[in-house]
Design a protein around this ligand. Structure first.
Ligand code: SAM
Length: 291
């Protein structure tokens, strides 16, 4: 087995638990034990983790408010031959957490950066949700304001990938309501809360039922959340052929004639073809398809 002792001048980006303090790898513990410096997003949180595993270390804070200065200090320490581990409050640094800037700067300085993988809420939620077909897109936190949130969701509406969001407990209901309003009520959502903790819960339902499920018990709105929404349905081959035909006809003919010809060519229902023609005229792009 490969040695897990920290090497001089190396940075280690270390994954830590997202709830259950035992969810930490042997390698992470060995690196945390042997590095010269542990840099942490919140030193009190990391102190708790180290105490739980019997480790005593001097900690240095690196969070979003001092990221630039603390990073330069660590680059200097690494260049002088010290070894450094970076941990965020929970899970994997760089995933909706600081860490990416540090990793980038250290690599730019020509110094080695090693991953010490551990849990992440996104991977943990996906592993138990059973939503989607394996293709997914991690969005992290949506904007706090409703208008910006809905706009962001519009941009995701047609993607055929399961969409993964992080959300705070005080916003989860309004977020789920917006998900249903913009992405449609029929898609499945997995509401995964308090993963790896005492009150871990994963509830899967149609988006249209999600807000009512949360509202039915105030405990369901407590804790930390990952939301996974099924991707947009792929359009059937028939739909794609009809769209392509209509698109070509609309480029040459007035709407009524294009519809009449498309009905003849594809055998589609007149009303359906007409509605699609109106939509194509409005939005126009051949690759677009409705959610
Ligand atoms: N770096 C972390 C990771 O790798 O998952 C995420 C940090 S982000 C600031 C914190 C958010 O992750 C929480 O607000 C919540 O949305 C999600 N999260 C973290 N722990 C979780 C848990 N135990 N259960 C559900 N969601 C969790």
């Amino acid at each position: 087995m490969q040695d897990a002792t920290a090497a001089p001048g190396s940075l280690y980006i270390v994954g830590t638990p997202i709830g259950n303090l035992r969810d930490i790898t042997l390698r992470a513990l060995a690196i945390l034990k042997t590095v010269d410096i542990v840099a942490a997003e919140d030193t009190r949180v990391t102190q708790g983790l180290l105490n739980a595993h019997g480790l005593r270390k001097k900690l240095l804070a690196l969070h979003e408010h001092n990221e630039r200065e603390a990073t330069e200090r660590l680059v200097a320490d690494l260049a002088a031959g010290k070894s450094v581990a970076y941990v965020s409050d929970a899970g994997t640094p760089g995933v909706s957490d600081p860490g990416a800037h540090l990793a980038r700067r250290v690599r730019e300085a020509g110094l080695p950066v090693f991953a010490i993988p551990g849990p992440s809420a996104v991977a943990t939620a996906l592993s138990v949700a059973g939503v989607g077909d394996g293709r997914w897109l991690f969005h992290g936190f949506l904007p706090n304001k409703a208008t910006a949130r809905r706009k962001a969701l519009e941009g995701l509406r047609a993607l055929p990938y399961a969409l993964v969001f992080y959300e705070a407990p005080h916003r989860v209901r309004e977020c789920v309501a917006d998900l249903a309003a913009v992405l449609g009520v029929a898609r499945e959502i997995a509401i995964a809360r308090e993963l790896t903790k005492l009150f871990e819960q994963v509830h899967v339902c149609p988006l249209g039922e999600a807000e009512a499920w949360l509202a039915a018990d105030e405990n369901r709105c407590r804790g930390e959340f990952v939301l996974i929404v099924q991707g947009a349905p792929e359009p059937a081959a028939d739909d794609l052929a009809l769209r392509a035909t209509l698109q070509a006809l609309l480029a040459e003919l007035p709407l009524k004639q294009a519809v009449a010809l498309a009905v003849k060519l594809t055998g589609g229902k007149k009303n359906t073809v007409y509605e699609l023609a109106l939509e194509l005229q409005k939005h126009g792009h051949p690759d677009d398809h409705p959610a």
